[in-house]
Design a protein around this ligand. Sequence first.
Ligand code: PSU
Ligand code: MN
Length: 305
Amino acid sequence: MTPETARPFIDIHAPVAEALASGKPVVALESTIITHGMPYPQNSEMAANVEKIIREEGAVPATIAVIDGRLKVGLSDAEREALAKTTGTMKLSRADLAFAVAQDRTGGTTVAGTMIAAQLAGIRVFATGGIGGVHKGAEKSFDISADLDELARTPVIVVSAGAKAILDIEKTLEVLETRGVPVVAHGSDIMPAFWSRISPYAAPLRLDAAADIAAFFRTRQALGIEGGMLVANPVPAADEIPVETMAGYIDAAQRDAEAQGVSGKSVTPFLLARILELTNGASLKTNIALVENNARLAAKIAKAL
Ligand code: PSU
Ligand code: MN
């Protein structure tokens, strides 16, 4: 599965290699959420828990990261824990994944970076929290996440809770449509908004069963239609923060980012950290709950595939 030229740079963790060889379901997990998305020790607890949930569902987790220049597909507990504690790591997307490998650096992989690694390893399902997308004010800043282009080109199913509500969800949906990325809401007619179960926007497509999502993906591949697919899985009702409550915090965080001149790769981590402060940690609790919820669904899709 892995291209010959890529092999010297990739370490596939033994349980993941074994699962792939014997056709068992594998779910990829990103690591920017560990290195840039949550503080220690919650990042470490979340990462361990999500792996546990995937195993409980009968699939094998593969947390992906670059450690000292090695592209790791699946981490040992010790490696995952060390990564969660390491500060000053890179945030690796399509543009800089190979830079980190060539320069022996360490970094968390974004949705785009993780999709590339998953594809290289032959993993077709990936669970995360929220994808990057079109930022509010993108008509001025041009800040559009590389995650969207990756979804358009790399054949991996990404299970998310939608686009982070710090983004312009409407424009994000427009770009996904233009680039031919199917957006499938799981069990809902409405596009979720990460911390909240609903956004003001209709979901482009809806499927209720993991098996149907797997069948849709297989059909797409059979028809020779390239690229990935975004599954938007609403956060469980018990864990959600209502849209109206989040709106004020998001606006405040946005204003702080502008006032402090935050730009580029730092925007998403800055907003997440600021919202965590503003909500007194409630946003983090919801973030963890939705990632766990996505891991569960991703494992079911991987099994159905
Ligand atoms: N979801 C989270 N926390 C995060 C991210 C997603 O709950 O930190 C990360 C993902 O790795 C995503 C990245 O790919 O943020 C998007 O960053 P940017 O907007 O710079 O492309
Ligand atoms: Mn960006």
